[in-house]
Design a protein around this ligand. Structure first.
Ligand code: Z5A
Length: 203
């Protein structure tokens, strides 16, 4: 299984990824937990370029291409080898984030993203995507209390509204691959809903 976890700002991905890892390991799955942008030595260096403030004026096209450059490395060195060995891969963000942030947020035409997706990934798509959905104002408040903002977190509220809308449209268009989790609930309730999805997957 190739599982991806997505979320808008402050949705609680990091918190819930730990929970997902514990659940799947308790069920005996051999897991690779990884993340994007990043997941390889080169990918983590690209992540620093993307999230840091050294290149604040980076063009949207450069941002998009760096996301896919890191993804190409990640797929070839980590994700595909692990899947080929029969392991389960859980990835903190993947190409849905590109559609949401670079497509929805920045306004890059979706066809360009689709062309890169087909080039870099071939046929490979996640088997399951959990989208942790939280209203933008609640998410921004949570994220603001956590740490200094990175290059994305500095965006304004309308950017995050477009990101969320794009995620929701994609999730609602494919009920087989996506599960929308209401991440505005208490952590206990969020994890109860995630556990239900995982139980079905494990069955
Ligand atoms: N990006 C992109 O643009 N294009 C791409 O293709 C990809 C990524 C792959 C880095 O991602 C950035 O890269 C991201 C999109 C862009 N930018 N943004 N924004 P990241 O995933 O590494 O960074 P992140 O979005 O900040 O994710 P995160 O670290 O997992 O944060 P989070 O979702 O906000 O989760 P959290 O740290 O677990 O939770 C935030 C706080 O809320 C924390 O204090 C928790 O204790 C609290 N929390 C969590 N759940 C709850 C509930 N249920 N109730 C109350 N409080 C809660």
């Amino acid at each position: 299984m190739f599982i991806t976890v997505e979320g808008s700002e402050g949705a609680g991905k990091s918190t819930n990824l730990e929970f997902i890892q514990e659940r799947l390991q308790a069920a005996g799955k051999e897991l690779v937990m990884t993340r994007e942008p990043g997941g390889t030595e080169l990918g983590e260096e690209i992540r620093e370029l993307l999230l840091g403030h050294k290149h604040d004026g980076m063009s949207d096209d450069c941002e998009l291409l760096l996301m896919f450059a890191a993804r190409a490395e990640h797929l070839n060195r980590v994700i595909k080898p692990a899947l080929n060995k029969g392991k389960w891969v859980v990835c903190d963000r993947f190409t849905d984030a590109t559609y949401a942030y670079q497509g929805g947020g920045r306004g890059i035409p979706m066809q360009r993203i689709e062309a890169l997706e087909n080039w870099v990934q071939g046929e490979l798509r996640p088997d399951l995507t959990l989208f942790l959905d939280v209203p933008v104002d609640i998410g921004m408040k949570r994220a603001g209390e956590r740490s200094a903002p990175d290059r994305f977190e500095r965006q304004q509220i309308d950017f995050f509204e477009r990101v969320r809308t794009c995620y929701l449209e994609r999730a609602r268009s494919d009920a087989v691959r996506y599960r929308i989790i209401d991440a505005g609930q208490s952590l206990e309730d969020v994890q109860r809903d995630i556990a239900k999805v995982l139980t079905k997957v494990l069955e």
